[in-house]
Design a binder for this molecule. Structure first.
Ligand SMILES: Nc1ncnc2c1ncn2[C@@H]1O[C@H](COP(=O)(O)OP(=O)(O)OP(=O)(O)O)[C@@H](O)[C@H]1O
Length: 232
């Protein structure tokens, strides 16, 4: 469960996030849409504990991020727009290193299985990461989330710069993670991708959540785009 209770984050007098209430249950993928500066990244940074909240609470699996930072870290994985990994190590070595940092010691066969589940074949897993495409690096990021056995996943613009094929693969992967019971929060500008993968969609403007809808397949992407343009 990923939850914000009356989350407010202010910089001086400016509220970057203003009284945000959000609840993402296991098996739900919530896409947060909004124009530049709407407060999406600030929200994610509060969940990560990178930013102290001004008021309200952020909870991961019922644990307050400010009170239980270590327990929260164990349950949470984060995929930024550009995944920071070691270019001179292979995908496999990066996964081994980061899963050890998270306290796990997986066998090579198990690590390869995580990479495979994330869509990276074994032959690529042995190659130097510096030679990977952005889509391949994102897959290593997802494999790290799998190896950590994270229950909650935060994604900030993960598909920006991916070609349509890679973006489509990534969406499929997110659907699988959701089906396996992860709770996922994804900040994105990609309305059509959001329509494609989200179970829930929120539209933010000036730090506030202006619209929230359940994506049950009963509206078209064009309608979402129109709502977005009206809202932001
Ligand atoms: N360190 C900071 N100091 C002061 N203001 C900040 C700081 N970080 C963010 N802001 C402000 O907070 C607001 C929200 O920014 P945020 O980066 O969360 O938006 P966003 O929705 O993620 O935008 P984008 O789509 O461009 O990534 C903006 O008005 C921004 O200028």
């Amino acid at each position: 469960m990923i939850e914000a209770q009356a989350l407010t984050k202010a910089y001086g007098g400016h509220k970057a996030v203003d009284n945000l209430n959000l609840k993402i249950a296991p098996g739900e993928l919530y896409c947060l849409l909004g124009a530049n500066g709407a407060g999406k990244t600030t929200t994610i940074n509060c969940f990560l504990g990178f930013l102290p909240v001004t008021s309200g609470r952020v909870l991961i699996d019922g644990l307050d991020v400010a009170e239980k930072p270590l327990e929260v870290k164990r349950r949470l994985a984060y995929l930024p727009e550009v995944v920071m990994l070691y270019p001179t190590l292979s995908g496999l070595e990066n996964l081994d290193y980061f899963s050890r940092l998270a306290g796990f010691r997986h066998r090579t066969a198990q690590l390869l299985e995580y990479l495979e589940r994330a869509g990276l074949p074994a032959a690529d897993a042995q190659r130097r990461l510096g030679d990977y495409s952005k889509g391949m690096r994102q897959k290593v990021g997802i494999a790290i989330a799998l190896a950590k056995e994270a229950k909650c996943l935060l994604l900030d613009e993960p598909t920006s710069g991916l070609d349509p094929g890679a973006s489509n693969d990534f969406s499929q992967l997110l659907r699988e993670l959701t089906a396996q019971g992860m709770a996922i929060l994804m900040a994105t500008h990609d309305i059509f991708r959001a329509k494609d993968v989200a179970t829930h969609i929120g539209i933010m403007r000036a730090g506030r959540l202006r619209e929230q809808l359940e994506n049950r397949g009963d509206f078209e992407a064009k309608e979402l785009e129109a709502l977005y343009l009206q809202t932001v």
